[in-house]
Design a protein around this ligand. Structure first.
Ligand code: PGA
Length: 249
């Protein structure tokens, strides 16, 4: 059985103080939640304090991005070993906002994924089509290319350590969720791609999260689908109550 993951992506929100306060409020709300893994991704500035606040709890701390080099003259970047050092267990990679606003390519996603793995972090690799791509009937091709170009070079062993998040770009922050059926169709395709490249066991074990306007009132329907193994939650992860009710779907 695949263990679900509910992860909160805070994007460009929350100060250090707000982060610590959130974690203190979240802890009692999820301390009995043994049915899934729980992660939150605060901004870089709050990671170390978030990790201290979450220490000893069932809440993992995730980076929202990283750079593939360990260190060097790369002004403004943060590396995978630095995230691990700050207390992160995982890192979101290739989020569509990174692709859209910061020109991230599949090749960069590949390098970042490999760097995360080398530092012992669990990468949450995001894939997803834009509205124009969906309307042009291009969804499956886009997903296949994202998968192949960013993940095909991993070893089978490493593939076991990654999580994939399917996030249709048109559903992010728009209040327009993919129906569970739409999500499942793509999740099935991703599992098939995983099977072709990495084998049946790796494909069976792969956790595929859905992301895009996940809310307390639609999480149940999504999680009822066998092929949906959790959620990557943006807006609804910013309040402890709403995030906790998604965790406790
Ligand atoms: P949203 O964001 O839940 O606000 O749509 C999801 C994400 O970007 O990961």
């Amino acid at each position: 059985m695949r263990r679900p993951i509910i992860a909160g992506n805070w994007k460009l929100y929350k100060t250090v103080r707000e982060t610590v306060q959130f974690i203190e409020q979240l802890k009692p709300l999820v301390q009995e939640s043994k049915h899934c893994d729980i992660a939150i991704a605060p901004p870089f500035t709050a990671l170390a304090r978030a990790a201290s606040a979450a220490a000893g709890s069932n809440i993992w701390i995730a980076g929202q991005d990283l750079f593939w080099e360990k260190e060097g003259a790369f002004t403004g970047e943060v590396s995978a070993p630095m995230l691990a050092d700050a207390g992160c267990q995982c890192c979101i990679i290739g989020h569509s906002e990174r692709r859209q606003y910061f020109s991230e390519t599949n090749d960069m996603v590949k390098r970042k994924t490999q760097a995360a793995l080398a530092a012992g972090l669990m990468p949450i690799v995001c894939v997803g089509e834009t509205l124009a791509e969906r309307e042009a009937g291009d969804t499956n091709r886009v997903i296949r290319i994202q998968f192949e170009e960013s993940l095909n070079d991993l070893t089978v062993q490493d593939f076991f350590r990654i999580v994939i998040a399917y996030e249709p770009v048109w559903a992010i922050g728009t209040g327009r969720t993919a129906t569970p059926e739409m999500a499942v169709e793509v999740h099935k395709q991703i599992r098939q791609l995983a099977q072709q490249r990495f084998g049946a066991e790796a494909s069976r074990e792969l956790r595929i999260l859905y992301g895009g306007s996940v809310k307390p009132d639609n999480i149940k329907g999504l999680m009822a689908q066998v092929d949906i193994d959790g959620a990557l939650v943006g807006g609804a992860s910013l309040k402890p109550d709403s995030f906790a009710s998604i965790v406790n779907f």
